[in-house]
Design a protein around this ligand. Structure first.
Ligand code: ADP
Length: 398
């Protein structure tokens, strides 16, 4: 069975074609700047030359047509005909309470996806566009939606409710949903495998640290708390997002700086986080370089980030009572040697001791705690695409 994994952003489309007989990636690539005259298309096979083209790509449907043409292309392709694609798996950001698992897409699901747009107005429309484009071009191939929120649907009310009037939840659906679920799920299952345990028997704290970051408490394989909330803006400070702030700041800053709600939204999403504090960049590598050269605000941004992650881990340790492992994943979690060391500096309090030598690793699966550490620490590169491909296969075969 071959599964095409599609991840549509507002102006991007990423894809992987996965051979499910061995879970090998046959080809992968992406479109950037969809809608522009100079959209960038890259396509790679494990062996073989990388293709890169800059040309106008009008919309997601056109991107999809180009991608399907390339997959069957004599020179760059990996399959003989489109018929070889058995199913398509789509990443969908928000499934709200409607979806606690991935789902085979039908008309009712499409309607529910549209209903979820109000919760993720920047993301779900692009996801829906990708699904509609696939349905138009490949009407007879099963399509599956895999949600960023689904894995966190196991959170108890005590974790997902906000201290607002209860009607805000029942009437408006305001609650913590959590995101990065596919990634937290992947590293959870991989962590159990690496420990040689059943996922039901272990408690893990997963730290997905990338441009967007979230920490989750996973008890017996189920998410029981996570740092992102109603939207991906809350929790840790991130590349450009502010994370948790006192909500009263919003009206104060609107008055003081004469900003509209939209301005404040932009400020909190795009101009805050480590970019806003450092004034240098949202890229941790650039901030680290600046800090090493003596830029104090760059150092401050890093210190704030590490402190936030560390305190979340500590909080979740007490929530769960017992922790068996802490896992680092995503861009910073997988590659940021110094970042991991700083986050772990203090985790001895929960019984997690980092082995500084073992920690010198980038982008590889590895146990990085000391042999006598009660709580294991791992680096586990995430693989959201394989979770999407597996779920797609499972549902398409039913
Ligand atoms: P996204 O949320 O966009 O998927 P990623 O998971 O790719 O993000 O993470 C991007 C972040 O990872 C960037 O801030 C980048 O600086 C950081 N990163 C990548 N490599 C390193 C590294 N070697 N050291 C520290 N941070 C790194």
């Amino acid at each position: 069975m071959k599964v095409l994994v599609v991840n549509c952003g507002s102006s991007s489309l990423k894809y992987q074609l996965v051979d499910m007989t061995n879970e090998n990636v046959m080809a992968k690539g992406q479109f950037e700047k969809i809608g522009a005259e100079d959209a960038i298309f890259t396509h790679k096979r494990p062996e073989g030359e990388k293709l890169e083209r800059v040309a106008p790509v009008l919309n997601h449907k056109e991107a999809l047509k180009i991608l399907l043409d390339i997959l069957v292309d004599a020179e760059y392709g990996v399959i003989k005909s489109m018929e070889e694609i058995d199913a398509v798996g789509h990443r969908v950001v928000h499934g709200a309470e409607k979806f606690a698992d991935s789902v085979l897409i039908d008309d009712d699901v499409m309607k529910a996806l549209h209903d979820c747009i109000k919760f993720a107005p920047l993301h779900n429309p692009a996801n829906i566009e990708g699904i509609e484009a696939c349905k138009a071009i490949m009407p007879n191939i099963p399509q599956v939606a895999v949600f960023d929120t689904a894995f966190h649907q196991t959170m108890p009310e005590t974790a997902f409710l906000y201290g607002l009037p209860y009607a805000a939840y029942t009437e408006l659906g305001i609650r913590r949903y959590g995101f990065h679920g596919t990634s937290h799920k992947y590293v959870t299952e991989r962590c159990a495998e690496l420990m040689g345990k059943n996922v039901e028997d272990i408690n893990i704290i997963t730290c997905h640290l990338g441009n967007g970051s979230s920490v989750s408490a996973i008890k017996g394989g189920k998410s029981i708390d996570t740092s992102m909330g109603f939207t991906p803006l809350s929790g840790l400070i991130m590349g450009t997002r502010c994370g948790d702030i006192d909500p009263a700041i919003i009206s104060y800053i609107m008055d003081a700086w004469n900003l509209t709600l939209r301005d404040v939204n932009d400020l909190m999403n795009k101009e805050s986080g480590v970019l806003g504090i450092s004034g240098v960049s949202n890229d941790f590598r650039v901030i680290e370089d600046a800090a090493k050269e003596g830029n104090e605000r760059a150092q401050l941004a890093l210190d704030m980030f590490h402190r936030k992650v560390r305190s979340r881990v500590g909080a979740y340790a007490t929530t769960m009572g017992r922790v068996d492992a802490v896992v680092f994943t995503a861009g910073i979690g997988e590659n940021g040697i110094d970042n991991r060391a700083e986050v772990c500096n203090g985790l001895e309090a929960i019984g997690a001791k980092l082995d500084l030598e073992a920690n010198k690793v980038r982008g590889e699966e590895k146990e990085i705690s000391t042999p006598d550490s009660k709580v294991k620490i791992f680096v586990i590169p995430t693989n959201e695409e394989i979770v999407i491909a597996r779920d797609t296969m499972r549902l398409a075969q039913q």
